[in-house]
Design a protein around this ligand. Structure first.
Ligand code: ATP
Ligand code: MG
Ligand code: FE
Length: 334
């Protein structure tokens, strides 16, 4: 089964062909970051317009790169949510047009399930059940993947997402957009013990997270230092607040593994590209004989290959959609 994936939920216009849910034949990603950078964040109206400009070119290139033609495609998988409403509509409209003209099934895909599926593309041996952590720009979930399409959410953030926390602090400190990759880089040269930031909810009895308290603590600290006429070392700051995030992510994930007894743990979403997070998880899971899975860097952040894979597994269970399918900007994982 050749699945054409289309992704336009945020600021990447992407199309991909994936064979049988596992093999990436092409993965074209047109990023809008350079435009949104000028505004310090994603501007929804601009995102929609740029998706519209790029979508057909990106789909054509994905088919060409895979050495296929339109008639070879078996299913059209597209992100139906969560995401920016105008941005989602562009991808879904394109997918509907293709589905109608080619008479091929339309499969609406949950973007967050897509992030999980990124691991199927990189690890042919990974199969449900396993425990998982999704850390992206807008979401933070701890979940149990019971089967490809049945995911039980056990914990989530009560306020800001993990990536959002990186981005908001980075913006305040003035180190660029998006903040995650830059913090990752400069933290390597900083002292993670320089400042002691709160590990919010690390001892709570549930699997939930809170990142807005950490964000506030870091911002207050910077303001206090600045008022006293002191400059805060950006590298030390990055290393210290990142360590607070990592401690909480690791601690809650280990708690979930204790509960499930799973010997396989997958992380995904843009923040799973983070080198310190990967390093700490490798270390802690290794000690416990749990195998860690994470996607290649390019498949951590938004891409259509993960959508094509997830769509394939939905299709196998007849979870296809009609041409009147809507978009779901606030779609959850449950
Ligand atoms: P969602 O998937 O929740 O709808 P999104 O699609 O915008 O949100 P992703 O594309 O999965 O999010 O990830 C983008 C996020 O990943 C940004 O917050 C970015 O700062 C973060 N990120 C990317 N690389 C790194 C890194 N190396 N370290 C930390 N964060 C990173
Ligand atoms: Mg993005
Ligand atoms: Fe995403």
């Amino acid at each position: 089964i050749y699945s054409l994936g289309i992704e336009s939920s945020c600021d990447e216009t992407s199309a991909s062909i994936v064979l049988n849910g596992r093999e990436v034949l092409s993965n074209v990603i047109s990023s809008q970051i350079d435009t949104h950078k000028l505004f310090g964040g994603v501007v929804p109206e601009i995102a929609s317009r740029l998706h519209l400009e790029m979508i057909n070119k990106v789909v054509d290139k994905a088919i060409k790169d895979a050495n296929l033609s339109l008639k070879d495609i078996d299913i059209i998988s597209v992100t139906k949510g969560p995401g920016l409403i105008g941005a989602l509509i562009v991808g879904v409209s394109c997918a509907k047009a293709l589905s109608l003209s080619l008479s091929k099934p339309l499969v609406g895909v949950n973007h967050i399930k897509g992030h999980i599926a990124a691991n199927y593309l990189c690890h042919k041996d990974l199969k449900p059940p396993f425990s998982t952590l999704i850390i992206s720009g807008g979401h933070t979930y701890l979940a149990i993947v019971k089967s490809y399409n049945d995911i039980e959410v056990v914990g989530r953030t009560l306020d800001d997402a993990c990536g959002e926390c990186y981005d908001k602090i980075a913006r305040k400190v003035g180190i660029g957009y998006p903040g995650g990759p830059i913090v990752d880089r400069i933290a390597k040269e900083g002292n993670k013990k320089a400042f002691d930031f709160p590990r919010v909810m690390i001892d709570s009895k549930d699997f939930n997270f809170s990142f807005s308290g950490l964000k506030t603590a870091v911002l207050n600290f910077i303001n206090t230092e600045n008022m006293a006429g002191r400059q805060v070392d950006k590298k030390d700051l990055a290393a210290s607040f990142q360590e607070a995030i990592v401690d909480v992510l690791v601690s809650k994930s280990l708690k979930l593994l204790e509960k499930t007894g799973h010997k396989e743990f997958a992380i995904s979403g843009g923040v799973s590209a983070n080198s310190r997070i990967r390093e700490r998880f490798e270390e802690e899971l290794g000690k416990r004989g749990v195998k860690l899975y994470y996607p290649n860097l390019i498949l951590c952040t938004d891409n259509a290959a993960m959508i094509a894979s997830s769509g394939y597994y939905e299709y196998l269970e007849d979870n296809t959609d009609e041409l009147d399918m809507k978009v779901y900007p606030n779609l959850g994982l449950e």
